[in-house]
Ligand binder design. Structure first.
Ligand SMILES: [Zn+2]
Length: 469
């Protein structure tokens, strides 16, 4: 604006100011803007990697096409450290490709509200590695923002727990962030600048969102054994024919997975070449099934009383699932064989605290007790903590019992601990090179003055392949 115009406008305002003030009561009702309805979701899916959404797309197809639910998806990473089996790009270039693959995959189901957090792919089974590498705080803040923007009725995420299977730390991290966001988004004191009303001054900082409490939180898992989750939540057939699309839900999910060419090009090309009849036959073979039938979504928690197996949307689902009024007994427990002073620590210890803090104690745990699957020939670390008398630097004996053919590398023997209440310790065991494919136990016990204080047990499956622990 030219300088003379500024001066002229200011003078005019000064002259007419009185007249404007006299008209403070407007004739018409002024409409206050509401939230942006284009982003309102019924279901917010929170996953780790581009293509993870495929774990739940048979249910999403049902919700979108036949229950008319709005779905939004958040990915924790852009997949830059994944493999590329299709073309030559890697690293950040692959991340650029996989973001587009994920957007295209979601768009196949009509999902266009898709966000990416700034997590980095972390190839380990330890959720704590992923949370550290992702930037836990900044990503939680962003996810809470997206929950407040999308105002979902339901959040669906990866199960935060340790189960033999892919057991990807990034998947677990998505479940941890989803749980924390579920608990925080309705709290006006959490990230308060997000819910501060817009002001004329400094309006670029205050976001004018509203606190939002989603109603229910559901999980799905990458565990090998899906049967262990039966009864922990509603189950949906993936083979049922969609009334509106006249195709089975698995087929709609399969079509939605085809943009992920960098991840499984051979399968996509193989399936694309099949006739409908061949496809049906292929998917009927339990060897090939990409999804378990039925697919169970484990209820993590609900803001209001809800039975675990009740339908996700009881009002809009035509067939009520076998909802019961009683809470299902879902849990094993964190197996501390002798209660007392010895505790499994690391990610196991974290989850014991996490589930308590977020009232997720009904979530399933492995039936036999804490477990992990590792690549045969790799080293298993067993983290644990020992509470002891802080007044004296005491001596203990650590005994490790491992299966025949396994080698205890570190941690066994006599130890002297510093004067503190709790000391973090670790035992390392070398697994044999040949995969056993069965659960075998490692016991760690602590003795003081000839008396056993406690024993912890970890079940280990040495497999042909697996992520690093
Ligand atoms: Zn993944």
């Amino acid at each position: 604006m030219k300088r003379w115009l500024v001066v002229f406008t200011a003078s005019l305002l000064a002259l007419t100011g009185r007249a404007i003030c006299a008209q403070t009561v407007p004739a018409a009702v002024q409409t206050v803007k509401g939230p942006d309805e284009r982003f309102k979701a019924d279901i917010l899916v929170v996953v780790a990697h581009p293509d993870d959404e495929g774990g739940v797309t048979p249910y999403l197809a049902r919700a979108i096409y036949d229950e008319h639910k709005r779905v939004a998806v958040v990915f924790g990473t852009r997949g830059g450290s994944g493999g590329n089996d299709y073309s030559r790009e890697h690293g950040p270039a692959l991340a650029d490709i996989r973001e587009q693959e994920a957007r295209a995959a979601c768009a196949k189901l009509g999902i266009t509200n898709v966000w990416f957090l700034s997590g980095k792919d972390t190839a380990s089974q330890n959720v704590l590695n992923s949370l550290a590498n992702w930037g836990h705080g900044a990503n939680l803040e962003e996810l809470v923002r997206i929950v407040r923007l999308t105002r979902p009725e339901v959040i669906i995420s990866w199960l935060p727990g340790i189960f033999i299977g892919e057991n990807h730390g990034d998947h677990q991290a998505a479940g941890v962030l989803a749980t924390e966001a579920f608990d925080l988004a309705g709290d006006p004191t959490a990230f308060p600048a997000q819910v501060a009303g817009a002001t004329k001054r400094l309006e670029v900082w205050l976001e004018n969102l509203t606190p939002w409490q989603p109603k229910k939180l559901y999980f799905f898992s990458d565990a090998d054994d899906q049967k262990q989750f039966a009864g922990t939540g509603p189950a949906y057939s993936v083979k049922e024919i969609s009334p509106s699309q006249k195709k089975p839900y698995w087929r709609l999910a399969l079509d939605a997975a085809t943009p992920h060419l960098t991840q499984f090009p051979a399968e996509i090309h193989q399936l694309a070449a099949m006739s409908d009849e061949q496809l049906n036959k292929f998917m009927d073979d339990p060897q090939h099934s990409w999804w378990s039938e039925p697919m169970t979504l484990t209820l993590g928690k609900a803001a209001a009383a809800s039975s675990p197996r009740a339908a996700i949307f009881p009002d809009s689902e035509s067939a009520q699932k076998d909802a019961d009024k009683t809470m299902v007994q879902m849990g094993g427990h964190f197996a501390v064989l002798d209660s007392g002073t010895l505790r499994l620590a690391g990610p196991w210890g974290y989850y014991a605290n996490f589930r308590k803090a977020h009232k997720l104690e009904n979530l399933p745990t492995p039936v036999e007790g804490p477990e992990i699957g590792v690549k045969a020939g790799s080293v298993v670390q067993i983290p644990f903590s020992l509470a002891h008398d802080p007044a004296r630097a005491a001596e203990f004996a650590l005994n490790v019992t491992a299966p025949a053919g396994w080698r205890v590398l570190n941690g066994a023997g006599r130890i002297k601990l510093p004067k503190e209440e709790n000391t973090a310790l670790q035992v390392e065991v070398q697994t044999p090179d040949a995969p056993a494919n069965k659960l075998e136990q490692v016991l760690v016990s602590v003795e003081q003055d000839g008396k056993v204080l406690g024993t912890i047990r970890l079940l280990v499956m040495a497999k042909a392949s697996g992520l690093p622990q």
